[in-house]
Ligand binder design. Structure first.
Ligand code: PEP
Ligand code: MN
Length: 371
């Protein structure tokens, strides 16, 4: 059970029935750049103007942000063009400096969320302050760290709280800079349905052409907002050039977004949906019965292999089975990657169960009494 005490997003942002939008450059580079971004964002419905002031960079000797000197630029640009402002904080000193300059929303970056000491330091600096705080997911796909960071901030008394889904560093991820792993955002929502989730398609994709797709996926899931990096001259940006878009492009993307409702009260819709969900429930029950039946056969095989002292894995059988199932699934209109992933899970569990049976202590034979 969640013991978080938070405010609904509408209470601190005023936004309801449409996504909360946070946009602006990856990094504040000059006053002119921040102001031009704000000016050209006038056509888009942007709630918070973002800019990175202190940049946690992977390698030293790269641009590490303009620091405190850039705070007045953000403040002025926001004031001049009627937008609230947002920036990333990683230390207590950042929090104090941002608040001194009237920044309206703070977020904790992915590289900071991984470190409970840093998060706790930021939490202490936020005590007694009413500024909204968003916690980016940690770089690694670790839901516990993400939730833990959010809890630390909440325990310090921050009620205007949300999270940012910016994807995860994982091996074997070719399409995106950070794998979206939507299942983690969904699990987060299941555990904390009251906490708004803002998706960051810029840091997920690392590529400007993929930004609209990820933004739409977030809307399809009914997530609550978008953080998108915008630069007046994206190719010349001092950080994250490949993923930034122009303010005009952002306006187009937002205009084209299809925003989904959480649900519909329409009676026909509800009735038809219920019928379809009943069919899904039946099919799922059949699937579980079939998986259990399959497992009973696996158990027989395990006994047979044990008696003949044969290994659980015969790689030629596994290769052939996997190919056959993927091919068959494709014929049935299922995506190959889906079938492959499914069979990997089924086979992993089959091997585990076989080992368990093959190594079980033999049941004791009843000892005949010699009386
Ligand atoms: C950023 O938003 O500029 C940033 C550095 O993001 P992340 O913490 O997600 O890497
Ligand atoms: Mn960035």
């Amino acid at each position: 059970m969640s013991d978080l005490v938070t405010l609904p997003m509408v209470r601190w942002s005023g936004v309801e029935g449409r996504p909360l939008v946070i946009a602006g450059p990856c990094s504040a580079e000059s006053e002119a750049q921040v102001v031009e971004t704000a000016r050209r964002l006038q056509g888009a419905r942007v709630d918070y103007l973002r800019a990175g002031i202190w940049k946690a960079r992977t390698r030293p000797a790269t641009f590490e942000g303009m620091g405190d000197a850039a705070l007045p630029w953000l403040q002025r640009a926001g004031r001049e063009y009627g937008m609230r402002t947002a920036t990333e904080v990683a230390t207590a000193a950042h929090v104090a400096a941002a608040l001194r300059h009237g920044i309206d929303l703070l977020w904790i970056g992915a590289r900071t969320t991984v470190n409970p000491f840093s998060v706790q330091e930021i939490a202490e600096a936020l005590r007694g302050v009413t500024v909204p705080v968003l916690v980016k997911n940690p770089t690694s796909p670790d839901l516990g760290l993400w939730i833990g960071a959010m809890e630390r901030i909440n325990r310090a008394g921050v009620r205007a709280l949300g999270v940012i889904h910016r994807g995860f560093s994982v091996a074997a991820n070719h399409r995106y800079r950070n794998a979206p792993m939507w299942e983690l955002a969904i699990e987060f929502r299941r555990l904390h349905p009251g906490i708004p989730i803002v998706t960051d398609p810029s840091h997920i994709t690392g590529r400007r052409d993929l930004v609209p797709d990820i933004a739409q996926r977030a809307m399809d899931l009914g997530l609550d907002g978008l953080m998108i990096e915008v630069h007046p001259n994206p190719d010349q940006a001092w950080s994250d050039a490949a993923q930034q878009i122009t303010p005009e492009r952002l306006s187009e993307i937002i205009a084209q977004l299809k925003v989904r409702r959480a649900d519909s009260p329409d009676a026909d819709f509800q009735q038809s949906l219920q019928l379809l969900r009943d069919r899904i429930d039946h099919i799922d029950h059949d699937l579980i019965d079939l998986l259990a039946r399959r497992m009973r056969v696996v158990e027989e095989i395990a006994g047979f292999k044990r008696d003949n002292n044969v290994a659980t894995l015969q790689v030629s059988r596994w290769t052939a089975l996997r190919e056959d199932r993927v091919e068959r699934a494709a014929e049935m209109g299922l995506v190959a990657d889906y079938a492959r992933a499914l069979y990997e899970v089924i086979h992993r569990e089959s091997l585990r169960r076989q080992s368990e049976i093959m190594n079980a202590e033999p049941a004791h034979e009843p000892v005949e009494s010699k009386a």
